[in-house]
Design a protein around this ligand. Sequence first.
Ligand code: GLN
Length: 242
Amino acid sequence: MSKPVTIVLVYQSLLGIYGDQGNAKVALKRLQLRGIEAELVSVEPGEPMPDDADLYFLGGGEDMAQISALKALQSDGGLRRGVENGGVLLAVCAGFQICGTTLTVGARDEVVEGLGLLDVETRRGEPRAVGEVLHRWTRPDGTESLITGFENHGGRTTLGPAAKPLATVEVGVGNDGSGVEGAVQQVGKGWVIGTYPHGPILPRNPELADHLLELALGRGLEPLPMPEIDELRRQRIDALRG
Ligand code: GLN
C-alpha cells in the first residue's frame, strides 16, 4: 500500500492570523474527495519539521511573528530539506517574504536574511497594499485562469532571475506595483510557490489548488466539479471588473 500524502501546516501559532490554514484543509479535502489517502500534520516552533512531507503550507502574519517563524525555520532546517527532497511549498504573504533571500523588519527597517528558498527580496513600501485582487495565472497547459484573493501587506517584493512570477496583476498591487504577482522556483526536487493573496487563496481558486497537488503527486488529477464554488468565483470576478 502506498503511504498517505502528507500535508504539513507550518507554525499556526505564529502564521495563522490571516486564515491561510484553509489552504492546507482544502488540499487535504481535494485529495480525499478523489479517494487519495492523505493526512494533515500541524507543526509548531520547537517541534521537528518533517523533511519527507509532500506539501508544506506557510501563512501570513505580523512582522514580529514572521521573524520568529523565520528564525525557528532556519535553526530547524527541515523545511529546506523537505522541499529539496521533492516537497511542494505554498507560502503566503509573510510566509512568501521569509522564503526570500532578504527582507526588512521593524521600525528601523533592519535587513535580515531569509530562508533563501526563493530568489526574491522584500522591502517596506508605502502605502500598505490592502484590498481585493484579481490576477491572471497561466496554467501549465497554457490556458489562463484567474486568481482571486485579498492582499494586505506593507512589504514590496522584487524577483531575481531564478524566480519566475506566478501571475500578472489585473486588480491590486501584487508584488511591488510592477504588474507581477508571486514567485515560482524549483528547489532541488521540489517547488516553492510564493504569493500575496489571502482569502484563503486555495478555497477561492480550485485550479491553483489542483496545480499544487499535481506538482506534489507528479501526475494529473481529474477535475472536481463544484458549481457553487464556480458561482462564488463568478460573483467575485464580476464585482472586481465592475
Ligand atoms: N508583515 C508583512 C507585511 O506587512 C506580511 C503581512 C501579511 O502576512 N499579511 O508585508
